[in-house]
Design a binder for this molecule. Sequence first.
Ligand code: 5RP
Length: 230
Amino acid sequence: MLTQEEMKRAAAEVSLSYVRPGMVLGLGTGSTARHVLEGVARLVREGADLRGVPTSLATAEAAKLLGIPLTSLEEHPELDLAIDGADEVDPALNLIKGMGGALFREKIVAAAAKTFIVVVDGSKVVRRLGTQAPVPVEVHPFGWRTAIRPLETLGGSPELRKRDGEPVRTDNGNYLLDTRFNGIRSPAKLAAAISSIPVVVEHGLFLGMADLALVGTADGVKTMRPSRRP
Ligand code: 5RP
C-alpha cells in the first residue's frame, strides 16, 4: 500500500517525462511540487540544461539548495512548462490552489506557461470544486475586512488565515481569507465576482488553465485531461 507521500512522488516522477532539455520551467510550491523540484534537480545533475521560475520564496530557496538554475519572468515572460500541485481538481481540470499561500505567483507562472501540468494524489480529485478545500482569497491588508461581507453575500464563509495568532502574510505582504463555499455551482461566475471585490489581489480558483493532471493513486498514476470547460 502506497502512502500519500509516495503517491505524490509517483505523480511528480511522471510529470518529469514532459520535461525536455533546454526548457524554462515554472516551479510550483507545496509538498507535491517539492518532489518535482527534486526530480528537476536530478535532471540538472545529469546534465540537462534547465532553468526554473519559482512560484514562491520558499521554492526559490529550495531550488537554490538543490542546484536548479533560476531565472525570472522578466527574462522569460513565456515558459515552456509549469508543474504545480493543487488542493482540488475537478473533471474539467479546474483547480483550487493556494493552501500553501503562493496562489498569486502560481497563477501568473501557470498563465505564462505553454503547458501547465498539475500533480496531485487521489485525495485532491473532486466532482465539484469547493467540497473539500476553501478558496484562498489574497487581499491587501489595507481594508481587508471590506471583503468579508461581499464574500459572505456570494455564499462563502471567509476566515483570516493566522499562524501563532497573527495574520499570515503572503510573499507579496498580503493577507489570505480562506473562504469555504461547500460546493461551487458555477466556478466561472464565482471567480469573476470575487475578482471584482476591490481589495482582492487574487484568488485560488484556477479555471481552464491546466492542460493535464497527473494523479497518484494506489493503482498507479492516472492521467486526467479536461472533460469540458466552464
Ligand atoms: C500552494 C499550492 C499547493 O500547490 C497546494 O496547496 C498543494 O500543496 P501540497 O502538494 O502540499 O498538497 O497551491 O499555494
